[in-house]
Write a protein that binds this ligand. Structure first.
Ligand SMILES: [Zn+2]
Length: 147
């Protein structure tokens, strides 16, 4: 009776150091996590399922595996520790933050450039006002001298 699942377990044991525990809490973990769940290496690329390791080396350590293993179908050999996956995701986020900081620096430079240009334009406006004022004075003098 137990021979079927034992065979399945041992076939999986041969490719990794972990055995699978298909507890309900594992599927709860899968639906509740908000960080990206990795895809397995099946042709259909489905989302990996969280299993719990029961080895003495990594007791109760959770890992991602192919969901088709759970269903007893043909499955890929996808394996990833959940904590390592989270670390990688955090590293990706950290990189994303750095990119954002770079973007704000670019915007800062652009803003400074804009301010310089605005100053220049404002300077020209002042000069224009003086020029217009000067021209009006010349016109008035010309009108007065004509009489
Ligand atoms: Zn798979």
């Amino acid at each position: 009776m137990a021979s079927n699942s034992d065979a399945k377990r041992s076939s999986f044991m041969s490719m990794g150091e972990v055995s699978f525990d298909e507890s309900d809490s594992a599927s709860n973990l899968e639906t509740h996590n908000s960080y990206g769940v990795p895809s397995c290496e099946c042709r259909r690329k489905s989302k990996a399922v969280v299993y719990t390791s029961k080895t003495s080396k990594n007791p109760y350590r959770t890992f991602y595996g192919c969901r088709y293993y759970k269903e007893g179908k043909t499955h890929c050999k996808y394996f990833k520790w959940v904590d390592e996956h989270i670390d990688e995701r955090l590293a990706e986020l950290e990189e994303g933050k750095q990119n954002l900081e770079m973007d704000t620096k670019v915007i800062e430079v652009m803003m400074k450039d804009m301010q310089e240009k605005m100053k220049e334009i404002m300077g020209w406006k002042k000069k224009m006002k003086v020029m217009i004022g000067f021209m009006i004075v010349i016109v008035i003098i010309a009108m007065v001298s004509r009489q």
